[in-house]
Design a protein around this ligand. Structure first.
Ligand code: SAH
Ligand code: SF4
Ligand code: F3S
Length: 484
């Protein structure tokens, strides 16, 4: 690949610039592939590796959709691929290290196939230090783009394929919500539905507000139309996506419309299951809690990241709530949504977290009775405030805290399963169990994995299952008579 004159394509990011919110109102754009680019990659194959959260999984579905309109088809075999893309996550350092390791490993395929395009997209390229490193140490990466310019992929591919020029373009400014991008969904019964993009919370440890830009909500009409379409296509479940779904609609200038309003309108579409992710305890209002209790198709599982149980740590994290607020919110949830299952995210070893602060977290976890959690050791992210906070706790101590926390969380997992023993639960059968093709697996309404023996014709259906045995990580059950 030529290297000398690619700078005209350069638009590199800046974490500092990304902090400045220039955005005023959503400008909606309809997507279209320029006609001369349709089928430019006919006969070629692509492989995408996706890292990170559901926002990235949803983006990868759009990227696949776009690539297929260019004529590419998907392959799982990287040796066969003409384009390999890593759609990356920047949330913690080890996530980034894995990607750099992958780039090193994939280099050999360029030797076998000099026409292979190697690309990197997603949250990592939104950081200038990553782009600088790619430019300096990974000259064989052909294509670099970020989270704000997926729709420009056809032109990037054209440049890389025909001009043999390296393409690096990453915007630090957001502002567009592009509708109707083609999409190749990964699953035939469950679908991601973006309801908003970006995040304005600026938790002091988190890179997402810089990599994903300011909060912008899709219009209720577009979301409702998408959910109705999915229902007509036979989808049983949608998961509404946003970094802080409870802030949905906050950016609408002319119409007051909240997450609770959206939940209600979507419940009335009649799609069988609606989930959402992720919630922020500060913005979760009682109206939304009540709404979830009101409609049977709003699922009784809430992923509520609390991060810490210490008021002091929460304050330094800029989470804007206290431990008491969590207790009150959880009470509200238990009142309006009987039997609700609540899971969370927790960070240990935040700068300055003392043993006593950590004990506060353990205390909260025990009192709330979370039925699952993703737990992380704090990872400093360059450009975020917490990366400069004093952090005297040795890493071995942080690891010990994490192990201790995980023990308590696993008890919560087990208890959350145990309470369903002997009960009948409704399961959306997704496919064969990973370890045994005789067994089917799916999720219950409370988001518990359920394994059950049954005919493959049940895949894609919601069936009643009597739970016979609760394990720590999943439930075992039997089909209830009438569905055999
Ligand atoms: N918007 C969501 C998800 C953000 S990322 C939310 O607010 O919960 C998912 C999780 O990663 C976070 O909940 C947090 O627990 C964790 N996380 C984010 N930044 C981190 C960092 N710098 N170090 C360790 N964990 C982090
Ligand atoms: Fe990150 Fe906080 Fe936004 Fe979640 S709410 S994405 S943790 S800044
Ligand atoms: Fe990772 Fe970006 Fe999601 S940093 S967690 S992929 S928003």
């Amino acid at each position: 690949m030529k290297d000398k004159d690619y700078s005209k394509y350069f638009k590199t990011p800046s974490v500092k610039q990304a902090r400045k919110r220039t955005f005023t109102e959503v400008s909606k754009e309809e997507y279209g592939v320029p006609t001369h680019l349709k089928d430019i990659a006919k006969g070629k194959k692509y492989k995408i590796q996706t890292y990170g959260c559901q926002a990235n999984e949803a983006d990868s579905e759009n990227i696949k959709g776009i690539l297929e309109t260019l004529g590419y088809s998907e392959t799982e075999d990287e040796a066969m691929a003409d384009f390999i893309l890593l759609n990356t996550c920047a949330i913690r350092e080890n996530a980034e290290n894995r990607v750099f390791g992958e780039l090193g490993r994939l280099k050999k395929y360029k030797r076998h196939n000099p026409d292979l395009l190697l690309g990197i997209s997603g949250c990592m390229p939104q950081e200038e230090k990553v782009v600088n490193k790619l430019l300096k140490s990974y000259p064989y990466v052909d294509l670099v783009f970020g989270t704000h310019n997926i729709d420009k992929l056809p032109t990037y591919i054209e440049t890389a394929l025909f001009n043999k020029e390296r393409v690096v373009e990453v915007f630090s400014e957001e502002g567009r919500v592009v509708e109707n991008m083609p999409r190749k969904r990964n699953h035939p019964y469950k679908a991601w539905v973006n309801i908003m993009y970006g995040c304005d919370e600026f938790c002091t440890y988190c890179i997402v507000p810089y990599t994903r830009g300011t909060e912008r909500s899709r219009s209720p009409e577009d979301i409702i139309e998408e959910v109705k379409y999915l229902k007509d296509e036979g989808y049983k479940e949608v998961t509404l996506l946003g970094q802080n779904v409870n802030a949905y609609g906050r950016d609408f200038k002319h119409k007051p419309y909240s997450f609770a309003n959206l939940l209600e309108e979507l419940a009335l579409t009649g799609i069988e299951r609606i989930r959402f992710q992720t919630s922020h305890p500060n913005d979760f209002d009682e109206a939304s809690v009540q709404m979830i209790g009101k409609y049977d198709n709003l699922m009784p599982h809430i992923h509520l990241p609390v991060q810490s149980g210490s008021d002091e740590v929460l304050k330094r994290m800029n989470r804007k709530y206290t431990k008491q607020r969590i207790f009150d919110l959880v009470d509200q949830m238990r009142t309006h949504i009987p039997g609700v299952s609540i899971t969370t995210d927790l960070i240990v070893g935040f700068p300055g977290e003392s043993e006593a602060h950590f004990e506060d977290t353990l205390d909260m976890v025990k009192k709330v009775g979370f039925e699952g959690a993703f737990t992380f050791i704090f990872s400093p992210r360059e450009g975020t405030p917490a990366a400069n906070f004093e952090d005297p706790t040795p890493v071995e101590e942080k690891r010990k805290r994490l192990a201790h926390l995980n023990e308590i969380i696993n008890e919560g997992f087990a208890k959350g399963h145990k309470r369903f023993e002997g009960e009948i639960v409704k399961v959306l059968i997704e496919g064969e169990s990973k370890n045994n093709s005789e067994v089917l697996a799916g999720y219950s309404e409370h988001f518990k994995v359920v394994n059950v023996r049954g005919d493959k014709s049940l895949i894609g259906k919601i069936v009643p299952v009597k739970v016979t045995n609760a394990k720590t990580w999943f439930l075992e059950g039997e089909l209830v008579e009438s569905t055999r």
